[in-house]
Design a protein around this ligand. Structure first.
Ligand code: SD4
Length: 325
């Protein structure tokens, strides 16, 4: 039996056939699976400038793909944000290397990793998606491709990031920082007025990572996954744990099996907790959205939140967490 028919039948059985059919015949009756909570833009952390930008575009009729790209670019440009784009913290050797990806409603994807000197890796990722036969370009090749496509080459290491890195060099102690200044990687999902979904994820990765390290954020299925039939998910936190669980793909598949966005995020986090005995030492957070625009989020440690723009209102919502702080 199809799920919708099952829901109708089960509902009818519970209420009694006559009462249920009377309710369903009412023109104002809207079963929950038909509720449209969109256009909407949602992003990891309190990145409300980014969701506001994307959301306003969505309400002007912009496509999910254009809105999500423009939305995350706000944080890529933000020099005060040391975890994304220009001004991002460098690796141990002082290189700022950026990771980003994007997916459109058709299920196409583009990605760049270990990209130096380009302030907007998400836009390079989009070009990879739209203008090459490939999904992912890395390092020198990604930079070459970006320059060939007119992106400006610039030094992304700010004075502040350089100073903080030099301070770090004194001890060279490497341990993941949970909830960096309460913001981190930006992963965003947009659902446009046609009900089509696109997503993007962009980061400078873990501060003081090893030279050459790539995290989950540019990996399709790990840092981001969108299936326009079901919904999308995106991740933040310790990329290694997200990659090993193919986290965002897992969340979307759990939604496909009937879980709500919230239940799917919880299950994915619990799976990571179950497989990593050191989960106390790192953060992972997911956000997810289904095709109705319902949103869920869950993380290991408290402190994670998600930003949302819906019907002219910008909000930041605290995420529930596995560990109670
Ligand atoms: C990474 N997930 O590179 C990203 C960055 C992040 O806490 O979210 N760091 O692993």
């Amino acid at each position: 039996m199809k799920r919708r028919n099952f829901i109708k039948t089960a509902g009818a059985a519970g209420l009694g056939i006559t009462a249920a059919s009377r309710i369903m015949a009412n023109p104002l009756f809207k079963p929950s699976y038909m509720t449209k909570n969109y256009p909407v833009a949602v992003a990891t952390w309190n990145f409300q400038n980014a969701t506001r930008k994307a959301g306003e575009l969505l309400y002007q009729g912009t496509s999910a793909l254009d809105a999500v790209e423009q939305g995350v670019r706000v944080e890529e440009s933000n020099l005060k944000n040391t975890t994304v784009g220009d001004g991002g913290a460098p690796d141990r050797d002082g290189n700022v290397t950026l990771d980003a990806c994007i997916m459109n409603p058709e299920g196409n994807a583009g990605s760049v990793a270990y990209l130096k000197h380009i302030a907007h890796p998400v836009s390079v990722a989009r070009k990879v998606m739209e203008e090459t036969p490939h999904v992912m370009l890395v390092g020198e090749g990604a930079l070459q491709f970006a320059l060939q496509n007119g992106f400006e080459k610039k030094d992304l290491l700010t004075k502040e990031s350089e100073k903080a890195w030099k301070e770090w060099l004194k001890e060279k102690e490497y341990k993941p920082i949970i909830n960096i200044e309460n913001h981190d990687t930006i992963g965003m999902l947009c659902l446009d007025e046609n009900g089509d979904m696109a997503g993007a994820c962009t980061t400078s990765g873990l501060a003081y990572k090893m030279n050459g390290r790539v995290g989950d954020s540019p990996i399709i299925g790990a840092g981001l996954f969108v299936d326009n039939e079901i919904g999308g998910a995106t991740a933040t936190g310790m990329g290694e744990a997200v990659m090993k669980s193919v986290g965002s793909f897992l969340v979307v598949e759990l939604m496909r099996q009937g879980k709500s966005p919230q239940q799917a995020c919880e299950e994915a986090v619990k799976r990571i907790v179950g497989k990593n005995s050191n989960y106390n030492d790192f953060q992972v957070g997911f956000i997810a959205m289904n095709k109705q625009g319902d949103i869920g989020s869950y993380c290991i440690h408290g402190g994670f939140s998600y930003a949302k723009y819906y019907k002219g209102e910008s909000t930041n919502t605290k995420s529930d967490s596995f560990l109670r702080d």
